[in-house]
Design a protein around this ligand. Sequence first.
Ligand code: GLV
Length: 397
Amino acid sequence: EELLRLSLFSTMAKPVSIEVYNPNGKYRVVSTKPMPGTRWINLLVDQGCRVEICHLKKTILSVEDIIDLIGDKCDGVIGQLTEDWGETLFSALSKAGGKAFSNMAVGYNNVDVEAANKYGIAVGNTPGVLTETTAELAASLSLAAARRIVEADEFMRGGLYEGWLPHLFVGNLLKGQTVGVIGAGRIGSAYARMMVEGFKMNLIYFDLYQSTRLEKFVTAYGQFLKANGEQPVTWKRASSMEEVLREADLISLHPVLDKTTYHLVNKERLAMMKKEAILVNCSRGPVIDEAALVEHLKENPMFRVGLDVFEEEPFMKPGLADTKNAIVVPHIASASKWTREGMATLAALNVLGRVKGYPIWHDPNRVDPFLNENASPPNASPSIVNSKALGLPVSKL
Ligand code: GLV
């Protein structure tokens, strides 16, 4: 198998460093970033693709950068959630003969799907492989906020520890408290289970859809605890988001970002929460009015927050970095090795499937067959979000 490292210089003075695999491949597939693992590259190369990986130093590529990468002939692109995939890029990709774009992410609020539909370009995402990893980060932030781990770590490293004290870094006990989940889809439900099962919290959730599986789980677990002579856990499906905000001690946000969830948590809704509540966000930054949150954190020192995402990444709203009651991490919720390699594989297979004319996998939540490293993946695109709009065929079971 051929591996060729080239340094190309585009017509502009801007140097673009591109890594090329299988230069004589029939289909040209571009990845706007290097991605973890090598399986995704091998799968594309094995099915006749020339794979080009952009190593441009800047973190966030502009639309112009990506137009350069697409060039005159491009069959498909694997891109990132930091990129603005709209009319301009889909038009350029379509002109270059492209059939597919896949985000290496489950969220695709950076993609104008209507524009993709207009040019007949399939849009892929990567569900099913990051559910538990993302829920585990939400759980980590919940615990870190409840027990003030980051503040305590800074204190220790700062040489401030002079010995055990009854008042030192007193936080919240989660057991027996209520966890509130807003958006009980794949990730929200996985998080709810972790907090109920692991920390014996009661659950209140808000979602437009009923999560019967989650409810059944909590009921059964409550019965199990009771049979063991322990306090059972309970669940409640809230009829409004406000009900969750008022009643929960710990709240985690797991909605998609769209017009209906922009600034879902604003000044008024922050005011409804308990003074000592904990708020966690591993969804998308604009779901919270971040400036209002900074004010709320300043006025309520016992209120704590764990944030993985920000309204205008990579920036934080003024004042956030100075608050002791916020824990901030740089959008790493899906960052486990297994998950990131799996996301790269799913994104590559989304594109490959369309390039080769394969059907769309019947259930984007059950992508295990694509992730088994000891077998060839099914000949299908694992998850194409606009497959219905484009009338693409669905694979049989
Ligand atoms: C990451 O934020 C993702 O949507 O996968």
